[in-house]
Design a binder for this molecule. Structure first.
Ligand code: AHG
Ligand code: MN
Ligand code: MN
Length: 321
């Protein structure tokens, strides 16, 4: 099986990017280990603090954030990072060539129940003019990403990653600590009969998504003419992994509850990296109004609506908008 390095070289990734990715993944391997220790290491449960999003931080959110922050700061490859668990950008090395955005632990409520969680990341070039503590360089559209991926801490620890030459799946071989390519150039099936949405929010949705989901729920007797199945992992990383592997549509749509939160998921470190992975696997990723990767961010923790997955199903959903 092909190793990470060979795949990245084959895809034409520059050496410094390869080294950065390897550094980042070394941090993820440590998170994978901590997560697997669970209650034995006392890492489960909540802290007494809230992050900038107003969410109570889990101990593992804080631990994972610290691991990635430390390893990236020390590497010298990174000028600055933005993280779900950091209010502001974290300056790193003045000569670092890259910007890294990450959700250190996605789906952290699942830590309580020993269920799927993961780390999501995206990497972009750091402009030379940028001061390491300047957030404005992060405010570039997702089309500028040079790499993105997630590490899924499940029964196996898996990596899905793209550098713009297809999306590849890797599995961590814990016997020697390397990520091996277990599926190169994954292609998301264009059609599907599976969807993922938190249906308890239905009363807050806008009309297009109300109508679309209504038609899916109508099944074989409705306008779509087939029965659909619904799944919800409560961790985007788990839901998107299922969609990548077997097709589907994952949605966290616009929500009328709070005008300051147009959707739940964050653009820089949740929506954009997943959109890049999905597009590179032949799928689509939209806000309902346009391509996720073309959204111009106005702040580092910006939220966007997300409709992502199998090409024909996302296209169908967009017809309702
Ligand atoms: P995080 O744990 O990083 O805050 O993200 C959780 C997100 C996302 O992963 C998941 O799809 C969604 O929240 C779950 O939302 P519900 O609470 O609506 O199930
Ligand atoms: Mn998340
Ligand atoms: Mn998180």
């Amino acid at each position: 099986m092909k190793r990470l390095n060979s795949q990245l070289q084959k895809d034409g990734a520059p050496l410094e990017l390869i080294l950065l990715i390897r550094t980042l993944l070394a941090g993820c391997k440590e998170i994978s280990f901590r997560v697997s220790q669970g209650a034995l290491a006392g890492v489960l449960g909540s802290t007494l603090s809230e992050n900038v999003q107003g969410e109570t931080q889990k101990k593992l959110d804080v631990i994972s954030n610290q691991i990635l922050k430390d390893i990236l700061k020390d590497s010298g490859y990174v000028k600055a990072i933005s993280s779900e668990e950091e209010d502001d950008v974290v300056p790193c090395h003045p000569d670092g060539k890259y910007l890294v955005s990450f959700d250190p632990l996605d789906g952290s409520s699942n830590t309580e129940i020993n269920s799927l969680i993961g780390t999501i990341f995206s990497i972009a070039h750091a402009p030379q003019w940028m001061e390491p503590d300047d957030p404005s360089a992060f405010l570039q559209p997702g089309t500028q990403m040079v790499a993105a991926g997630y590490v899924l801490y499940g029964p196996s620890t898996m990596l899905a990653m793209t550098t713009g030459r297809g999306t590849h799946l890797y599995t961590l071989d814990k016997t020697h600590g390397g990520f091996l390519v277990t599926q190169a150039n994954i292609q998301v099936p264009e059609d599907t009969a599976e969807f993922a949405i938190n249906a308890s929010n239905q009363r807050h949705w806008e009309e297009p998504i109300q109508n679309y989901i209504g038609d899916l729920m109508a099944g074989a007797d409705g306008p779509r003419g087939k029965d659909y199945n619904m799944r919800w992992v409560a961790a985007m990383v788990g839901d998107i992994h299922r969609v990548l592997c077997r097709g589907g549509i994952f949605m966290y749509p616009f929500d009328k509850r709070n005008p300051k939160k147009p959707g739940k998921l964050r653009l820089l470190y949740e929506a954009n990296p997943m959109a890049f992975l999905m597009e590179q696997a032949g799928g689509l990723a939209s806000t309902g109004e346009g391509r996720i990767m073309e959204v111009m961010p106005s702040e580092i923790h910006q939220r966007v609506p997300v409709l992502i997955g199998s090409k024909n199903e996302v296209a169908k959903c967009l017809e309702y908008y």
